[in-house]
Design a protein around this ligand. Sequence first.
Ligand SMILES: Nc1ncnc2c1ncn2[C@@H]1O[C@H](COP(=O)(O)OP(=O)(O)OP(=O)(O)O)[C@@H](O)[C@H]1O
Length: 619
Amino acid sequence: MTPTPDPDGPAVARPSAAPAGSELSTLASLRRLLPFVRPALPRLIGGLVAALGASLAALAIPRVLQALVEGPLAAGVATGDRGALVWPTLAVLGLGLAEAGLVLLRRNLVMYPGTRVEAELRIALFRHLQELPAAFHDRWPGGQLLSRSMGDLGLLRRWLVFGLLQLVVSTITIVVGVGFLLSTAGWLGLVYLAGAVPVTVIAFWFSRRYRVIARLSQDQSGDLATTVEESVHGIRVLKAFGRHREALDSFTDQAEELRRTELRKASNQATVTTSLQLVPEATLAVCLVLGVWLTASGEITVGALAAFFLTAAVINGPVVDLGQTLSMTLNARSAVDRYFQVLDTPNPLADPPHPARLDDVRGDVALRDVTFAHEDGPPVLRHLDLDLPAGTSTALVGLTGSGKSTLAMLVPRIHDVTGGAVLLDGVDVRTLRRQDVRRAVAVAFEDPTLFSATVRENVLLGADPDLPDDARDRLLRESLDIAQAHFVRDLPDGVDTRIGEEGHSLSGGQRQRLALARAIAARPRVLVLDDPLSALDVATEEAVTQRLRRVLADTTSLVIAHRPSTVALADRVAVLADGRVTAVGTHRELLATDAHYRHVIASLEDDWARREDTEEVRP
Ligand SMILES: Nc1ncnc2c1ncn2[C@@H]1O[C@H](COP(=O)(O)OP(=O)(O)OP(=O)(O)O)[C@@H](O)[C@H]1O
């Protein structure tokens, strides 16, 4: 299970640790959203103006009331002229209606850009995740990526359409309102303004504490999502080993930890809200005593006193809400940091600025002086040389952990070499566009990943999208036939049957055959097969092998072999040991000349004999 991050921890490459972005101020962090927000700015600004208009209408009501009290009300009451009250009453009603109308307008204006910006951010993240190399995905827990692309972005949308507007409008309302207070009743206004000192101290103290807790809670949500994802993904293993109670206990611990963090968050927010409520209320109490005294001594009028308290009542709302607005802003800041922590991850496998061109790929592959180490790991391959001439098939054989799969991943650039080069038709694959390399090279993995889509969509995933429909149908049928995937006919809707998430509704052997068909349907010049027949029974493997040989006749292929029968697929065999290719030859030649090869084949035979005794190999 993923460890809980320390939000104050060092900014290392640990996925859930605080990013370098957290060194930025909150404003600088949030400003990073600007490129995404820019297209939506006109509507957001419109919403802001509407919100401001609504606040100013609310602030204007006390001024009208002051004018009413000091003018028509006093004069009208004295002369019995009640008609003088009509215009001020209509003005208050008009301002009230304007406020309500502007609030409605604000909501309508900001709703669209909020969802638009959220969608754009999500699409940009997904695009970047697709681009990032496999090494990134090996390192990052899925739940962290899920929580960043869902929870964090939802939080940002709410902040954009509500928190940001509230922050700006509250600030302007408070500034304009305090201006009114100072102009209405000078001394009283200054006393009210003195309350800003404790409010600033509280807001500063709160921001420092809350920022850390907000980040912790978002990271813990990501860890929890990872646990759910892992448990659902591995549900069969958990059930098979009867470990669901342990999984539940571990989940409960993590959920409890998140609950405690959420409680800390809520308690901090409650403290700040209470403090921010107390300060203006206490200030108003002092102002009341002082105001009555000033009115009695004739320093200010009754109308000015009434206007002062009505204005202060309008300002108090935003001051009290400051805690909520601040916490929303700090949550949004953490969400931005977490979002850009992924988006800022550079892509070492990016296309070169001036890619080389390969028009007609022959399929000559050469690994020259190749060294490769997984991140933070020792070198798996060291100064390795291997030639795969166009149209030949080579089986790669080695003891477990010798680096066969790693080597296979270097050809389609799933990983890049850390030293030396992989050449396709004499051209370093790093100088080519990834799309061109992947069009030329297809891979079928031992553990096949299928998508929750139809059989047709899964198999034709890498096929030329410009092929006409009948050619695609033919290709689909041929590929399924070569891979001996006849079981497809028995599915409820044949090739149009949707297979469940990751193909779990199929057997291991069926999944492998669909993955093999997918690699064949890509019509590659170079085919990399990472032990693609391991889950098949002997008879099916034999049938697939026969048909596959025909396909491999004019395709360069590299077949990773875990059992002797797979070796038979290839023209020649390369032996991998100590990070190098130590021998190349036919199966017979190597059996006669290479002691290590004999040892590997013997151990593969033992291994398979043991597996067949203990395991059901499913057709
Ligand atoms: N994503 C990874 N991150 C770090 N190390 C890795 C990663 N994948 C593989 N390794 C390490 O690289 C080495 C070679 O692994 P690889 O899977 O290439 O071996 P293999 O020969 O294909 O093994 P097997 O026959 O068991 O499938 C192993 O020591 C393994 O632990």
